[in-house]
Design a binder for this molecule. Sequence first.
Ligand SMILES: C[S@@+](CC[C@H](N)C(=O)[O-])C[C@H]1O[C@@H](n2cnc3c(N)ncnc32)[C@H](O)[C@@H]1O
Length: 329
Amino acid sequence: MVFVKSVQSIYVEREFRKCLSKNIQIMGELYAPQGEKRMWTADNWKDYEVLDASAGEKLERWGDYLLIRPDPQVIWNTDKTHPGWKKRNAHYHRSSKGGGEWEFFDLPDEWSIHYKALTFNLKPFSFKHTGLFPEQAANWDWFSSLIKDAVKGSGRQIKVLNLFAYTGGATVAAAKAGASVTHVDSSKGMVTWAKENAAASGLASAPIRWLVDDCVKFVEREIRRGNTYDAIIMDPPSYGRGPKGEIWKIEESIFPFIRLCADILSKDALFFLINSYTTGLQPAVLSYMVKTVITPRFGGHAQADEIGLPVSSNGLILPCGAACRWQNR
Ligand SMILES: C[S@@+](CC[C@H](N)C(=O)[O-])C[C@H]1O[C@@H](n2cnc3c(N)ncnc32)[C@H](O)[C@@H]1O
């Protein structure tokens, strides 16, 4: 039997294709062409890149220097063909007893890298840290444009609270975008380092309040004082301690803490960002907490996704935790 397409079926098919291509354009924001999920990637770096990842480790370029550091997500054992694996300037070896240590080949004690107009001082120290989580640039870009738009649109002062603020990546990004920032971390050493990053980024006299404090106690005090913030950023660790030994265990502490934070968000709050590297706190978990606490009280909308870094040798994405972003519109 010869099948002849009716004029109607040709029309339906053409409309379907138009609709499909429109949807693919929309989905392109979220999904790579092969249908692979693209997630929120920090893909605007010039001074940093993940060159390759294999056998529990990643090979990274931090400015002029190559580091090999452990990464528990890297459970694949692909061929280490990238020449950088042999040309590393330092290698952090994990110990079977926990922790680990740096092996140095040719690395200065300190050096710096840039992200857009920001400068970060780096040094290798305990627990494989360098003083920066480069994947967070994906979040910096998101909230920087919200802050810039709000400042430009209304001329209003945007007060940002950065909790578990570490060496101040998010603090300097928010301050550079025009916000006043309260930076809270329990470690005096980290706060000193963050101040140095602010100075290196030309923000020495920017409106930043530096506090060495326990985040939970600080927020409880702010509730009693009646102080509010237009935006809250937090990147809590799985386990941490306040300056007086206060214990932070993410699974137990995070939900009550988000509730406390809701009490210090201003009525016309701009955004709320929670980031987590803790396995188990997947995007849907973060989303559930934010959508049951923040959205019912403040409206707006929340979206959660994985955060990742592109691997330059193969174009794949290295997952680096999850984030939930709430914004007022
Ligand atoms: C390293 S960042 C977390 C970044 C990343 N999410 C991770 O898991 O490694 C954690 C920061 O929180 C700080 N911190 C830990 N417990 C704290 C507490 N109870 N109050 C304030 N800061 C705390 C640490 O000093 C550190 O700078």
